[in-house]
Design a protein around this ligand. Structure first.
Ligand SMILES: Cc1cc2nc3c(=O)[nH]c(=O)nc-3n(C[C@H](O)[C@H](O)[C@H](O)COP(=O)(O)OP(=O)(O)OC[C@H]3O[C@@H](n4cnc5c(N)ncnc54)[C@H](O)[C@@H]3O)c2cc1C
Length: 474
């Protein structure tokens, strides 16, 4: 179908960097107008509490890939840099666009920008169309019997699963982006793209993400129930960054997983896909917690634990961040993070509990470190994971349930395969030694640090801190 020669419309790309099953982009195409696909890069200067080079590098790759994909359907990515409300307002005035299409972003920063943009559109007399896209269900759909939001996952998950799911939509078609609209050169963005994080990142872009989904469904997800807690090898989907940047739609991931569940030839495979779908539910649970209680970004979710005397990010924090604690499993995880932007979920829990319980450092410092280094860094899930580990969150591990890093190693990395992959100093150390707290003053291997604390002592210390706080606040 030819596009009308009338004024164009704009699709604002955010965390939906794909042309397949993109709700707002499809709606913009269906309007019959020419579509200007736009991305507004921030003025990021390399320093930020919530982001870092790893995610920026991955994002740059995704934008390049998106531009290539858009060109196959008659479009091209228009890139601007600055504040989204200023830049999109300017683009609307430049092009005479009559409508702005976008997928809603439920985090408080995304929502704040949408509110400002709606006001810009109103002033310019332009329609603003926001769509649900990042989640199967937004918080307003998953409610308790009394109509409120859930504070714990299990009942949330039950209601979330039972709600009817939307099926994936088509690939966008016939954008017919007008030739004269100016764009920044993609790799030449003023403060971006000139650096490399040095990390070994997954391949960016929609095609690579879809290939990861295919491989995960045919491979590790079939045994997900039994092996998902094993940190070495690929035992999980590795789709975190693809969902974070919307390289795949959540509807596609869900529908393909459900189809694999229906076609499963054994109970084990069926249970595995069930479990996996449940994890997609956790992502939506934490997004819903953040949408309902945005204060969790500053405060403990459970008011009982507000005001705990957490420690600052001192030199103990630095040792944790560099992976030099003398606790092999913790150091392996922290080094994996720096080298790849990824860390296995089980190890995320171990290192987060270690920072908060063994070192008593404020979970907010760990949360921010993760946001600066994770390629799948997602504000809601990251905050949820940190508050869970600190014992302060929704559905958190109760404060007295403290994981012992040595026992965790024995259970999840008994041969030390994962540890040896990331901590070369420990290559020759037998697995059982890596899972046993050494006697005071004993080194596990030459050149490897002594454990910086004794786990049992720190466990008693943090239990005392929690108990004293509980006694004070009643
Ligand atoms: C301290 C801590 C911080 C975390 N920070 C993040 C983060 O910034 N971004 C992030 O996406 N996940 C985070 N998680 C959750 C989880 O560790 C990752 O989603 C997972 O490791 C990503 O790898 P995967 O795609 O192979 O996971 P899979 O096990 O294959 O799961 C598939 C998808 O389900 C979702 N998911 C799985 N587990 C969780 C969970 N516990 N909470 C929320 N969503 C989940 C993710 O979107 C994930 O990609 C964190 C967990 C902890 C304990």
């Amino acid at each position: 179908m030819a596009k009308s020669a009338g004024p164009p419309v704009i699709h604002w790309f955010r965390r939906d960097l794909r042309i397949t099953d993109n709700t707002a982009l499809n709606a913009a195409c269906a309007s019959g107008a020419e579509v200007i696909p736009a991305y507004v890069a921030s003025d990021w200067q390399g320093q930020h509490r919530w982001t870092g080079p790893i995610r920026q590098e991955f994002l740059c790759g995704c934008l390049r890939s998106l531009d290539g994909n858009l060109r196959t359907v008659g479009g091209r990515l228009i890139v601007r840099q600055g504040r989204a409300d200023d830049e999109l307002g300017r683009l609307i005035r430049e092009t005479g666009a009559t409508a702005l299409y976008f997928n809603r972003d439920p985090d408080p920063f995304g929502k704040g920008m949408e509110d400002r943009l709606r006001r810009v559109c109103e002033d310019l007399g332009v329609a603003a169309h926001g769509f649900k896209d990042h989640f199967l269900h937004e918080s307003s759909e998953v409610r308790t019997g009394g109509g409120g939001p859930f504070r714990v996952y299990t009942p949330f998950g039950r209601v979330w699963r039972a709600l009817p799911k939307v099926l994936p939509g088509p690939v966008a078609a016939n954008l017919a982006t007008p030739a004269e609209v100016g764009s920044l050169e993609l790799p030449g963005l003023a403060t971006w793209g000139q650096f490399s994080s040095g990390a070994d990142l997954p391949e960016p872009g929609e095609r690579a993400a879809r290939e990861r989904l295919r491989r995960a469904i045919e491979g590790p997800l079939r045994a997900y129930s039994e092996s998902r807690d094993t940190p070495h090898g690929q035992t999980t989907s590795r789709l975190g960054q693809d969902l974070r940047f919307g390289l795949l739609s959540i509807r596609e991931v869900h529908a393909r997983s459900l189809a694999a569940r229906e076609g499963a030839e054994t109970k084990g495979v069926r249970d595995s896909f069930d479990k996996f779908i449940g994890e997609l539910g956790w992502r939506e649970f934490y997004a819903s917690v953040l949408a309902e209680w945005p204060e969790v970004l500053d405060l403990e979710f459970n008011p009982q634990w507000r005001g705990l005397p957490w420690g600052e990010a001192d030199e103990r924090f630095d040792r944790w961040a560099r992976g030099e604690t003398g606790f092999p499993i913790v150091d392996a995880g922290m080094r994996e993070l720096l080298a790849t932007g990824f860390m296995h979920n089980r190890v995320r829990m171990i290192v987060a509990m270690f920072l908060t319980k063994d070192l008593q450092v404020d979970w907010r410092h760990g949360e921010s470190w993760f946001m600066r280094h994770l390629v799948d860094g997602e504000i809601g899930s990251n905050n949820g994971g940190w508050q869970w580990s600190a014992g302060t969150g929704a559905d958190a591990a109760p404060y007295f349930r403290i994981q012992n890093p040595w026992t965790q190693t024995k259970r999840y990395d008994p041969d030390g395969t994962y540890i040896k992959r990331w901590v070369p100093e420990l290559q020759k150390v037998p697995g059982p030694v890596l899972a046993t707290e050494p006697s005071p003053g004993m080194r596990i291997a030459p050149g490897y640090p002594l454990p910086m604390v004794r786990h049992a002592e720190e466990r008693d210390r943090i239990l005392g801190i929690f108990a004293a706080h509980k006694g004070r606040v009643g």
